[in-house]
Design a protein around this ligand. Structure first.
Ligand code: GLN
Length: 257
């Protein structure tokens, strides 16, 4: 009889302790940096994924992140920072997500987690219409200087391929394109959609028909926050399945026909 009472008491105690630990854990660990908010870091000079309309940041990433936030019961806050600082900012816990037409790479995966992919990007080469550069091989084998946006996959791949001396790095893709129109660089390697937007906005530029690399875009999340990663993945998967993601992309990049 005594034994049974002891047993009941100890089970109750363990139960209470478990409850206390769980209770303490959930109040100490927040889902997001600021309760109720989803803070997104981006670099808002990457049309049509992110760009300014007046003083508002709009685009595919803003719309997708905003819908994810709504489905998670959070309010989206966007911070416009340099592209090269996004991964470090998410890793250090300053921002909840990086969402910036960001390519999933092995190297970035060492610092952050990535959600499921919601879009595809293609590294493309912009040259002047009368350029002697007609394909990627010519770009690599010639003595050409290439403009890139600092810290992007275009920068990383081209640096690997042709070395530092032939690379000019810019904070914004638009500045790289300006350097091309000025004759300061011979080509710009950048993602296909911003490439198209820049070519449309500038006379005398063209995109080589040979794409350079095909990539997956995803949001990055702090490695210690698997709960947020899982919740975002759940929302993104549902948005992919119900056509929300496709509709947002179609709004900015209308497919032919
Ligand atoms: N997709 C490229 C990367 O992740 C460029 C992204 C960007 O410039 N916003 O490096």
């Amino acid at each position: 009889m005594k034994n049974l009472i002891m047993k009941v008491v100890s089970v109750a105690l363990v139960g209470a302790m478990g409850f206390a630990i769980a209770g303490c854990g959930s109040s100490a660990k927040k889902l997001t940096v600021e309760e109720g908010k989803l803070i997104m870091a981006t670099n808002a000079f990457f049309p049509p994924y992110e760009f300014y309309e007046g003083d508002r940041i709009v685009g595919i990433d803003q719309e997708i992140a905003s819908e994810v936030a709504t489905r998670l019961g959070l309010e989206l806050e966007i911070q416009d920072i340099e592209f090269d600082s996004i991964v470090a900012g998410v890793q250090s816990g300053k921002y909840d997500i990086g969402c910036a037409g960001m390519t999933v790479t092995e190297d970035r995966l060492k610092s952050v987690n990535f959600t499921v992919s919601y879009a595809t990007g293609i590294q493309s080469v912009i040259v002047k219409e009368d350029s002697a550069i007609t394909d990627v091989d010519a770009l690599i084998s010639g003595e050409y200087v290439v403009g890139v946006q600092q810290g992007t996959t275009g920068d990383i791949y081209m640096t690997d391929e042709i070395g530092d001396d032939r690379i000019e790095r810019f904070n914004k893709g638009a500045d790289a394109v300006l350097a091309l129109t000025n004759g300061q660089v011979d080509a710009v390697v950048i993602d296909d959609q911003p490439a198209q937007a820049f070519v449309d906005a500038n006379e005398g530029l063209t995109i080589l028909s040979t794409p350079y690399a095909i990539e997956d875009y995803a949001m990055c999340v702090n490695k210690d926050n698997e709960e947020l990663l899982n919740k975002i993945n759940e929302a993104l998967n549902a948005m992919i399945a119900d056509g929300t993601v496709a509709a947002i992309i179609e709004e900015y990049i209308p497919s032919n026909g």
